[in-house]
Design a protein around this ligand. Structure first.
Ligand code: PLP
Length: 290
């Protein structure tokens, strides 16, 4: 078993603790980089092609030239060498090290490519999966390209901190016109009259990979999905709310700003999706899935 977290830094395998990066790295100076997080079950990365497609898109959107196939090969080697069974993969690519100027370096710098893997032993969200998570509404002050999985996460960090200080598990980001977008690190869904409301994809949210799977699983289960954002003013009319994410999977939400959602207990549509998600992972692990 390698020393965890186990990393690959620009092609060299090493413990994450030994990775050193220049202070002139543009990720450090400007947040000029992108990242990706994958869940690992049974030693294998889950929803691999979807995550790699999003990584490729993020790189293209900010014009960083990195070889995604090579990154994927390194990720597999890092996972194999780590000996991890259940865990996660973090990948980050920045524009590289260059003298500090806002415009891109010319000639281009060599991107800095970090991959690390770590174990997740037990479900860290088990208690909230059972009882539901509490959310705090926070103004969504992010930029207008939230569809890019950029390492610029200051607004997300401030929102997550405000939520934690209020004793909540996640922030619920709300735009100036009262539209609910997503969480600080999760996608948000509502349930109203038996039908799921999903925030439409667009520049205002990250296209969550778990969101995509849950939409597919809900359709398969015959649950109607409406692609529209819930409004803050509608909270009292919602029967359920749940959030999704690579590490959170599917989590019921039972309170927002101290007020109950529905009857204040995890609801049946969410429970169905938690179960369906678990079955999908088990089938995939057994080689029966897609
Ligand atoms: N929305 C934001 C802002 C996120 O940071 C994340 C994950 O980090 C998600 C949604 C969930 O995306 P995924 O399901 O791909 O993990």
């Amino acid at each position: 078993m390698a020393q965890l977290p186990w990393a690959n830094w620009n092609g060299t395998a090493m413990p994450l603790a030994d990775v050193r990066v220049s202070v002139l790295d543009r990720g450090f100076l400007f947040g000029d980089g992108i990242y990706e997080v994958l869940r690992v079950y049974g030693g294998r990365p889950f929803l691999l092609s979807e995550h790699m497609a999003r990584l490729r898109r993020s790189l293209n959107e900010i014009q960083i030239q990195s070889d995604v196939d090579r990154l994927e090969a390194r990720m597999h080697a890092t996972l194999r060498d780590s000996g991890i069974d259940g865990g996660m993969v973090y990948m980050q690519i920045t524009r590289g090290e260059a003298p500090r100027t806002h415009r891109f370096p010319n000639p281009p710098a060599t991107p800095n490519e970090l991959i690390y893997v770590d174990a997740i032993a037990v479900d860290p969200y088990a208690a909230w999966r059972e009882n539901g998570a509490k959310l705090l509404t926070v103004p969504d002050v992010r930029w207008r390209r939230c569809d890019i999985k950029s390492v610029n996460l200051l607004a997300n960090c401030l929102a997550a901190q405000a939520a934690a200080e209020a004793g909540c598990q996640e922030a619920l980001l709300v735009t100036a016109d009262g539209t609910i977008t997503e969480g600080s690190h999760t996608s948000i869904f509502a349930v109203q009259g038996g039908r799921i409301l999903a925030t439409p994809l667009g520049p205002q949210i990250l296209p969550g990979i778990t969101r995509g799977l849950v939409v597919k699983l809900a359709a398969r289960a015959g649950i109607e999905i409406e692609e529209r954002s819930a409004k803050l003013a509608e909270l009292d009319s919602l029967d359920e709310m749940f959030l999704t994410g690579t590490t959170s999977e599917v989590l019921p939400v039972t309170q927002v700003d101290g007020r109950p959602i529905g009857n204040g207990r995890p609801g049946p549509v969410t429970a169905k999706l938690v179960a369906t998600y678990g079955e999908y992972v088990r089938d995939w692990l057994a080689g029966r899935g897609e």
